[in-house]
Design a binder for this molecule. Structure first.
Ligand code: BGC
Length: 908
């Protein structure tokens, strides 16, 4: 115990640090508690919210003072004070009482701002390029122009000059687009965000971004400028290239409002309206799938600054606000998060070079070039090379991923801003002689989701696998969780997202990201209650597919488990209930045999998918029902919890009657059938041992290879490790021959492939019709690395990492594993090593987290814990049949454990 106080830090509101616009119904607070010593705990807290401009020192005159709330809660603490005004800045801070009842000091104060409010808060209309001819309606330069390029149009440039009088105290720019946009004030970009406002179903909702522009404005003349490109709204989108602009609109538009507050209390609002002027500039076209064309010579010099003569610019088109709500963006922005210079540049002849960045990624390439005026510089992007060393682009389908620039004759840095590509290689033409690798840089683009997970072990291949998983997350968490970032698809498939969600949340902070996307999922729900197969769902009505649509329950539940976020459950609850009603109405026998939608089954199982689709579906329905029990309890709906417990029981019974045999085997005998039955609690308790053995036999029959597709794979290793077979899990993980995770690693993969056999020595590339090299689904094994190898696992019934069962599963060839997870309650560290027969474990826990540490051992009574104390109990170790574990109960602090290790596995 320590006499030092606990201090809250890392204050967040709605999962963000000092957000500039939060919708009132998303207002919630969280913090991490810091303090030295062991066994530290928060026993009560006090939050105060005050008017940020009134500078209240210590709670006096607060708008809301929670008073002392006896609670260990440090996440998802809801605001429950008087109504807050829209578009206002508030301060907040928190202090906590520790395990001895001692009160600590206030945290540093931070701020949040409330959202702008409903449609009447906008004194603005949608504006776009007004009628008139552009100086390059057809792209110029010396390259050929084809039908796709002809279908595209220059990006509108929009500007408004205005005068500011008086001393500004605070200025905010609220903006969104039908398309994607970038804003500047007096020639300077207002933020580093790219691809804003991201993708929603624009027929149902627009998200707006909020920028602090207080320091960008000056007294006197100012200019706000915008470039608006097609983006998801008006460009080629999804997997049918005929659909340019057909989903939401044909020409991009901007909606923005500048709100300036003056020191004298006055306020001015300046929205997009008919006082704006429009033209075109250097962006000849920009499309997410096809690429961007820039003609820098066409940039109207100084257009975005005061003093520019815009008399020849056209009026703008104006359209009143529609019915769609305008909502403050709850998600993280998309940004360039890293730059990778080309690792090598290989000359291909005729001024062409192949750049290899050594890493498959999503983003774009920046080229530094100095070429004669009119020279066309072209950058084509691909994930792989063909055997002859040329760029492999067949798997892109109709996506072109091609950026072009018409040189001006001056040295320039050339990069697109309104597109993105999936690539490791870029073929660049038009460069002339010998570019240096430093002239060619890959800019990595994705949602700004901070890293929270670290994993390292003694196997370089597994470390690479872990890195590949994270890179596939980075390549696909671009405003929504997509399947892939390169071909003409890039859709927010729900099946992929649900199998990967837990891994994603260990790797990176995705609380805000999923909070945003779950609104897209809700928007995509059909009136029948069926969740869509992908969200946003464009104009497709695909919905209700087993293991895809179930993401509507599984992803909010995962967010709750990982972040302790009850609000995400409450917000989505009625949608989940509608989904459960849809399933129940269609399936009175309690087997999910009707309303299966596109029924993808165990998608991309390496052999034929032999798992009966109704078995898979029914297992997922039972799983939904059991999660709904926990969800209903978490949000205080016991009557619903009872209803779903009953339903879960009925489905379980129907499943057992239809699919479970007396010997514990499950119909079809596929690995996926066993994995689902075990993971989803569908075999009678007394049969679990037999069923698990059947699973192991099914794996042994494949000579220790997996046969699971997207759906079975996520739970495969967790099920093995939870049922006595961690050794089998390791054997699968370390398998190098096809199909296996290390198969692609051994072939130089730097991301997770869509298919186990995306490329093989025997056949080369899989069918180009569906062969992405950057698809995170099969990377769902990542959660096993954190939850089982490191053992950083929630205690049963826990959410938000308040209680852990920290149980490492040593095994395979690993001599050590170490890693950490920055949870919502602070960083949890687990490091273990095996040296001869000794096993050593180091654990670090932040305050307010308690763990039951479990050390597997051949002689658990000899395991030593902190202060040379022995275990408080000995229990069965679930990772290996017949083995035991030493149990220690600890609170916060740094603890070491050591003792005899496990005996070598007899099985594999
Ligand atoms: C996507 C998948 C998706 C699937 C539906 C594919 O085209 O790339 O990841 O889940 O379709 O089965």
């Amino acid at each position: 115990m320590s006499t030092e106080h606990l201090i809250p830090s890392e204050l967040r509101c709605a999962h963000k640090v000092a957000p500039l616009a939060v919708e009132i119904d998303r207002l919630s607070f969280s913090w991490v508690v810091e303090g030295p010593g062991t066994g530290r705990r928060q026993t009560a807290y006090q939050v105060v919210v005050f008017d940020a401009e009134a500078a209240v020192p210590h709670g006096a005159g607060a708008l809301w003072d929670s008073g002392r709330v006896p609670s260990a809660s440090s996440t998802d603490v809801a605001y429950s004070g008087p109504p807050l005004a829209a578009a206002c800045a508030y301060g907040w801070k928190v202090r906590v009482w520790d395990e001895a009842g001692d009160l600590g000091p206030w945290s540093d104060a931070t701020t949040f701002e409330t959202a702008l409010g409903g449609a009447d808060a906008w004194d603005a209309c949608w504006i776009g390029l007004g009628p008139g001819r552009s100086h390059f309606d057809v792209p110029s330069g010396d390259g050929p122009v084809d039908a796709v390029e002809l279908a595209m149009r220059p990006a509108p440039y929009l500007r408004r000059a205005f005068t500011v009088q008086g001393q500004i105290s605070r200025a905010r720019l609220y903006s969104t687009a039908l398309g994607i946009h970038e804003l500047s004030i007096n020639g300077r970009r207002v933020s580093e965000d790219v691809l804003a406002p991201g993708w929603t179903d624009y027929n149902r909702r627009f998200l707006y971004q909020t920028y602090d522009v207080t320091r960008s404005l000056v007294e006197g003349e100012n200019v706000v400028g915008a470039v608006v490109a097609d983006g998801w709204a008006c460009g080629f989108c999804g997997f049918d290239a005929k659909h340019r602009g057909a989903h939401y609109g044909r020409s991009p538009q901007l909606l923005a409002q500048l709100v300036i507050r003056f020191a004298d209390g006055g306020q001015e609002r300046l929205g997009t309206d008919d006082r704006w002027r429009s033209s075109v500039g250097s962006v000849a076209y920009a499309d997410l799938l096809m690429g961007e064309r820039r003609e820098p010579a066409q940039e109207p010099a100084g257009w975005d600054r005061p003093g520019y003569d815009a008399s020849r610019w056209r009026p703008v088109s104006c359209r009143p606000l529609g019915h769609q709500p305008l909502v403050a963006d709850p998600g993280p922005p998309v940004r360039v998060t890293e730059e990778l210079p080309a690792k090598s540049l290989t000359p291909l002849g005729s001024g062409k070079f192949m750049a290899d960045f050594g890493q498959n990624l999503a983003g774009w390439v920046r080229v530094t070039a100095d070429r004669p005026a009119g020279t066309l510089i072209e950058v084509r992007h691909g994930e792989m090379l063909s055997p002859g060393g040329t760029l492999y682009v067949n798997n892109l389908r109709t996506a072109r991923q091609r950026d072009t620039y018409v040189a001006t004759g001056a040295a320039a840095e050339l990069a697109p801003r309104f597109t993105f590509h999936g690539f490791r290689y870029a073929e660049i033409s038009g460069l002339g002689d010998d570019p240096r690798p430093g002239d060619i840089t890959a800019c990595v683009v994705h949602s700004d989701i901070p890293l929270t997970g670290h994993f390292e072990c003694s196997s370089a291949d597994i470390n690479r696998l872990h890195s590949n998983i994270d890179w596939s997350q980075r390549g696909n968490f671009i405003n929504i969780p997509t399947d892939c970032p390169q071909r003409d698809e890039r859709l927010g498939w729900l099946g992929d997202a649900q199998v990967f969600a837990r891994t994603a949340a260990y790797n990176r902070d995705v609380a805000a990201f999923f909070s945003k996307w779950l609104d897209d999922v809700a928007d995509g729900q059909l009136p029948s209650g069926a969740f869509p197969d992908f969200a946003p769902r464009l104009d497709h009505h695909w919905a209700g597919a087993p293991a895809w649509a179930d993401a509507g329950v599984i992803v909010p539940w995962t967010a709750y488990k990982m972040y302790g976020d009850r609000a995400v459950l409450a917000r989505n609850f009625e949608h989940m209930v509608a989904w459960m009603n849809f399933l129940a109405a269609n399936n009175p026998t309690r087997l999910w045999t009707s309303g299966l939608g596109n029924n993808y089954g165990d998608w991309l199982a390496p052999k034929k998918d032999l798992t009966p689709p109704e078995l898979l579906a029914t297992a997922y329905w039972a799983y939904d029902a059991s999660l709904m029990v926990e969800i209903s309890q978490a949000i205080g709906r016991p009557e619903k919890a009872g209803e779903y417990a009953q339903l879960a029981q009925e489905i379980r019974k129907a499943f057992q009657q239809a699919y479970v045999n007396h010997d514990g085997s499950v119909a079809s005998g596929t690995q996926t059938a066993y994995v689902l039955a075990l993971h989803m609690g569908l075999v009678p308790e007394a049969m679990r041992t037999a069923t698990a053995l059947h699973l192991v036999q099914a794996i042994a029959e494949e000579d220790w290879h997996l046969t699971t597709g997207f759906v079975g794979v996520g739970y495969l290793l967790p099920v093995l490790s939870s049922n006595g077979y961690s050794d089998v899990a390791y054997r699968l993980l370390e398998q190098r021959t096809f199909p296996s995770w290390l198969y692609s690693v051994a072939r130089g993969a730097t991301t997770i492939w869509e298919r186990w056999d995306g490329w093989t020595e025997e056949r080369g590339f899989q069918s180009p019709r569906m062969n992405s090299f950057n698809h995170y689904s099969l990377g769902s094994v990542g959660e096993w690395l954190y939850r089982f190898v490191l053992g950083i696992e929630l205690a049963p019934g826990a959410a938000g990492f308040d209680r852990l069962v920290l149980r490492p599963h040593p095994g395979g060839s690993l001599a050590y594993a170490r890693g950490s997870f920055a949870s919502v309650r602070g960083e949890i560290v687990s490091e273990w090593s095996r040296d001869g027969t000794r096993f050593k474990l180091d654990v670090k826990l932040p305050p307010n987290v308690a763990a039951s540490v479990r050390v597997p051992s051949a002689r658990p009574e000899e395991v030593m814990g902190p202060d040379c104390a022995g275990p408080v109990a000995i229990a069965d170790y679930p990772g290996a049949i017949g083995q035991k574990e030493a149990v220690f109960e600890v609170g916060s602090g740094h603890f070491s454990f050591s003792g005899p290790g496990l005996p070598p596995s007899a099985m594999v």
